[in-house]
Design a protein around this ligand. Structure first.
Ligand SMILES: NC(=O)c1ccc[n+]([C@@H]2O[C@H](COP(=O)([O-])OP(=O)(O)OC[C@H]3O[C@@H](n4cnc5c(N)ncnc54)[C@H](OP(=O)(O)O)[C@@H]3O)[C@@H](O)[C@H]2O)c1
Length: 219
């Protein structure tokens, strides 16, 4: 099982690499191949997993059927243009991407606007890549918690938007188990807007109540 993490040198990429590497091959993608190799080595040392390697984003995207895009929302347009020919048809592309802006001391959800059509980051990816299975997930999971292997005992829900329930099931098979995470099916990809929009809300609640890494669980 091979998973490529595009932008895998960032906080969420690190967290997912460290928590997913057991029993899987992880490819860390970066705009800078040397940086990717450096981070892959660091993740191997931290996790004890042998099978974490670094390369360019393009190579990472082209060598796996399971791709996670852990990059800022602002980079998606040019990045997807660069990778659209490389990503294999039928690949699973997972988006944790949250487009948001800070205004008046508050974070606000800021979906994409394509010729007057408002869309989530996940829908934007689906539009750009077409023949892939886009899954929206991991938005509300704090990267700093995932990325610190000494932190255990957390219990968070991951709301997952996917066009078909079978895609959700496939996602769960591939991305389980991460101890402490429970995957819940939110609905078709259009529900990614609602899931993504939870993040600025959670972060505002965190700021206003002195909570450093707010997350969520459905009860
Ligand atoms: N941080 C969290 O707690 C968290 C939780 C859930 C979801 N998310 C979402 O996950 C995504 C990644 O978050 P993050 O905190 O890991 O972000 P980050 O650390 O700021 O960036 C991740 C990586 O993206 C790459 N990158 C930066 N600018 C780029 C550009 N213009 N073009 C292409 N690649 C670029 C960089 O890798 P290279 O320099 O190596 O190319 C960077 O290491 C975001 O969309 C965020 O909304 C974050």
């Amino acid at each position: 099982m091979r998973i490529s993490i595009i932008g895998g040198t960032g906080d969420l990429g690190r967290g997912l690499a460290l928590r997913l590497c057991s029993g899987r091959e992880i490819i860390i993608g970066s705009r800078d191949q040397k940086k990717a190799r450096r981070y892959a080595k660091l993740y191997r040392e931290i996790s004890g997993c042998d099978d974490i390697n670094g390369t360019s984003n393009a190579t990472a995207a082209g060598t796996s059927d399971h791709i996670i895009l852990t990059v800022p929302a602002s980079s998606l347009g040019p990045l997807l243009e660069e990778l659209s020919e490389t990503i294999k048809e039928g690949s699973m592309v997972v988006s944790p991407v949250v487009p948001m802006v800070k205004r008046g001391g508050l974070l606000h959800y800021s979906p994409f606007d394509v010729k007057g059509r408002t869309m989530s980051a996940a829908e934007f990816i689906k539009m750009a890549l077409r023949r892939v299975d886009v899954i929206a997930a991991f938005h509300t999971i704090p990267a700093k918690i995932l990325g610190d292997p000494s932190v255990k005992g957390f219990s968070y829900d991951v709301l997952v938007a996917a066009d078909a329930r079978d895609s959700f099931k496939k996602f769960v098979e591939i991305f389980s188990p991460i101890e402490g995470l429970r995957y819940l099916y939110a609905g078709p990809l259009e529900t990614a807007r609602q899931v993504e929009a939870l993040v600025p809300l959670l972060l505002n609640v965190g700021t206003n109540n002195g909570m450093k890494y707010p997350s969520m669980r459905v009860v």
